[in-house]
Design a protein around this ligand. Structure first.
Ligand SMILES: [Zn+2]
Length: 326
């Protein structure tokens, strides 16, 4: 029997499973006393992390342009900007904030910046933020539809929307003069995606996004998560991982026979479907976990969840193994 906390009766930590060790290469630089790290990406482009989330900013001759404001970094964004501005003798005034997408975990510290900040985002980000009506995430004053070039303080930033992926409004933020691409919640460099392909709404779009990312010229990748930046090799490894999941899921979908599930639960089709989904997921995930254990951190933690969601997309978006009653 599983152990329980003697005081609350709740499941205790002794119930928690152990996982494969995280490869050292998955970690980034150490955090400071306040719990953040700020570093140069290239020239006057910087990134800030708390080990799980990432934000970025450009120092320009007219002030600072901020890219995302994750609430978990929160007040440390201001501290990081101040630290870099004072070290370089440039303005610490944040004049612009660019939203990568509308999600609260990347934008929820937006309201920490004053009302004079110009917020910029995709038009769908604006629509979704109006819908969500969250005072922590003021709607962007400036929007764009497909692409927009920002020229701020002598710096060039290319914003582009290439269709839905992780979210309907997620954009590509390219810094052509800094050899950098910022694309949030698609690839976690060195790590497996978290739950259900990084909680992505559009799986065909999510799977296509890394190739679009690689079409841009860049050397440094800001993925929005984990404690380090990414490389082009990180994107390629992620693509291989997702391709292996795709192939493995297709194999599972045609090799696990649904008949016994519906025989056993003939009077409860939801029980049959639930058990069948579990069986497909397990068969699809096992070889991928085996291959990526020790290669992508937490592959053994999260692959099953991503396999489940990719499997549903392969069935429902692509119609693979769809059965038409004769
Ligand atoms: Zn998101």
């Amino acid at each position: 029997m599983a152990s329980q906390s003697p005081t609350t009766g709740a499941p205790g930590a002794t119930d928690l499973p152990d996982y494969a060790p995280v490869p050292q290469s998955a970690y980034g630089p150490a955090l400071n006393q306040q719990g953040y790290y700020v570093g140069r990406v290239e020239r006057n482009l910087y990134w800030v992390t708390d080990g799980s989330y990432q934000s970025a900013f450009l120092t320009t001759k007219d002030g600072v342009v901020l890219f995302d404001a994750p609430p978990s970094i929160g007040g440390n964004i201001r501290r990081a900007v101040d630290e870099i501005a004072s070290a370089n003798g440039v303005s610490n005034k944040v004049t612009h904030l660019v939203y990568s997408h509308h999600h609260a975990d990347h934008a929820g510290a937006s309201s920490l910046f004053d009302k004079n900040v110009i917020r910029i985002g995709h038009e769908e980000t604006k629509r979704l933020l109006e819908r969500d009506n969250d005072p922590a995430r003021p709607v962007p004053e400036e929007t764009f539809a497909d692409r927009r070039t920002l020229k701020i303080g002598g710096e060039r930033i290319e914003l582009e929307w290439r269709g839905p992926n992780h979210s309907p409004d997620n954009i590509y933020i390219h810094f052509p003069d800094h050899d950098t691409l910022m694309l949030i919640d698609i690839v976690n460099p060195g790590w497996a995606p978290i739950s259900m392909s990084n909680l992505s709404e559009d799986i065909p779009g999510y799977i296509a996004a890394p190739a679009i990312a690689l079409d841009y010229p860049w050397k440094h990748f800001i993925g929005g998560h984990v404690g380090r930046l990414g490389t082009r090799d990180d994107i390629t490894l992620h693509q291989q991982y997702m391709a292996d999941i795709d192939a493995s899921v297709r194999k599972a979908l045609v090799s696990v026979d649904p008949t016994p599930f519906f025989q056993k639960y003939y009077d409860n089709p939801w029980a049959a479907v639930s058990a069948l989904f579990d069986a497909w997921t397990e068969a699809g995930a096992a070889p991928v976990i085996e291959k990526y254990k020790g290669v992508l951190a937490a592959a053994d933690v999260y692959t099953s969840s991503t396999v489940f969601w990719v499997m549903e997309s392969i069935r429902l978006d692509l119609g693979f193994a769809s059965y038409v009653h004769p």
